[in-house]
Design a protein around this ligand. Structure first.
Ligand code: CTP
Length: 427
């Protein structure tokens, strides 16, 4: 194992983990994960489902963890002292690897008829799921809905996921569904237990498109999906920030935890402006990932403009105030150093032209950083799962974040912003 991985799991030393193993072919990899946890100094109690015990011997996990493996909700020995509640209370983190489709469904339904489900339901702490299954099971809307339920408000902010990977699956299919490498799971567990570098910070993240009404049924919108902003909000909450999440239409839900997430929906730029005025006051950072309209129809027609009655209308557009520039201007007037202001620059050209335009936005809007991305490039940008960005800072610093999932890009962005927020807070 490399030094880098040792560093990644150093936060696990002395921590109490429950390793839940569900019944899938990847269950054998739980042995390696258990070994990594123990090597990092964690105390590990393994809970296996009956199906898991058909894939990997409990004795293996007992030997690796140094403790008896719990399997039975009705074990007269341990259940005399309500073993499942004790396991749940003592765990600082429950890691389920592999989390099968069945396991995810059972947790989403709040079932408690086997030991693993009962431990999760009885616990109040974080649960890290490392899904592994056949690609069709993974992509099945039922599985995705179950997962979304766990990651959304019903999950109480306790659940997060790591993986799955794409690749060749045991069933012969190629696609998403492979258990992510045990070292990655261990590193994700360490990150969840680390004291967040944004704890105590209040951050505002705006995401998604605006809709500017033409009449009561039509609007001018844009292609923003809100995924990048949602990833930024989720990443900040995972690092302990208290997040005000200003969410445009269609923006995905964001799980809280350990920090809180307050979702404030908006539709028009004017709604967003009002929400920002409330939220930005006293915030440590405002990240404007929302794709705000630059123009809106001067007036909203009542009802539905009728082709039959009046033919094609001519729309008169008026400019929408630049909300980010407004925040920058107000900060300058107040003489205060904060909040730390981050803008996004959606450009349709990469390279030096993108840098130039993003640099101009940085100066004109008076923000501290601009995250530029080439929305014209294939596979990244609007509605894509991935992104690749260049960050320009007002102090001249610059960072390139290569193509990765939007969540990974968000994590890297907070890696860059968190020390600057800490510096601001020190005054
Ligand atoms: N923005 C804003 N208010 C607006 C328009 C944009 O606050 N009315 C913010 C966006 O949230 C983003 C940044 O400004 O953080 C840059 O948005 P972008 O659309 O790339 O730039 P524009 O200023 O609109 O410039 P242009 O249309 O010339 O590219």
């Amino acid at each position: 194992m490399s030094d880098a991985r040792d560093t990644a799991t150093v936060g696990l030393s002395g921590r109490r983990l429950v390793l839940g193993v569900a019944g899938g072919i990847a269950a054998y990899k739980a042995a390696e994960l258990c070994r990594l946890f123990v090597k990092a100094g964690a105390s590990v109690r393994v809970v296996m489902t009956a199906a898991a015990a058909r894939f990997i011997g409990p004795l293996t996990l007992q030997a690796l963890s140094g403790h008896p493996v719990s399997q039975d909700l009705f074990d007269p020995g341990t259940e005399a002292e309500i073993g499942h509640v004790r396991l749940a209370d003592e765990a600082e983190l429950i890691v389920i690897a592999p989390a099968t489709a069945d396991c995810i469904a059972r947790l989403a339904a709040g079932l408690a008829d086997d030991l693993l489900a009962a431990v999760v339901l009885a616990g109040r702490g974080p649960v890290l799921l490392a899904p592994a299954m056949n690609v069709n099971m993974w992509e099945n809307p039922l599985t995705q809905a179950n997962l979304a339920r766990l990651l959304g408000p019903a999950g109480g902010g306790r659940f997060s996921t790591v993986g799955p990977d794409r690749g060749e699956l045991a069933c012969g299919w190629i696609g998403a569904g492979r258990l992510i490498e045990p070292a990655e799971i261990a590193a994700a567990a360490a990150r969840l237990l680390a004291p967040g570098d944004l704890s105590g910070r209040r951050v505002v993240v705006s995401a998604g498109p605006t809709r500017e009404p033409i009449d009561d049924v039509r609007f001018i919108g844009n292609r923003s999906s809100g995924k990048m902003g949602a990833a930024l909000a989720a990443s900040a909450a995972a690092r302990g920030a208290e997040v005000t999440f200003l969410a445009g239409p269609g923006t995905p839900a964001v799980a809280a935890g350990p920090g809180r997430v307050t979702r404030v929906p908006f539709e028009t730029a004017a709604d967003l402006e009002r929400a920002l005025a409330d939220a930005a006051d006293g915030a440590d950072a405002v990240v404007m990932a929302a794709a705000v309209a630059d123009f809106r129809p001067r007036a909203r027609a009542a009802g539905k403009l009728s082709r039959r009655a009046a033919g094609a209308p001519t729309l008169e557009l008026v400019e929408v105030p630049d909300l980010l520039a407004g925040l920058g201007g107000r900060r300058r007037q107040s003489g205060k150093p904060g909040p730390f202001l981050v803008g996004f620059a959606a450009e349709v050209a990469g390279g030096s032209a993108m840098d130039e335009r993003a640099g101009a936005k940085l100066r004109e809007k008076g923000c501290d950083a601009v995250v530029a991305n080439d929305v014209g490039a294939p596979g990244i940008g609007f509605d894509a799962a991935d992104n690749a960005v260049t960050v320009l800072f007002a102090d001249g610093a610059r960072a390139d974040i290569p193509r990765a999932s939007k969540r990974a890009v968000a994590d890297r962005l907070w890696d860059l912003f968190a020390p600057r927020l800490a510096e601001l807070a020190r005054g």
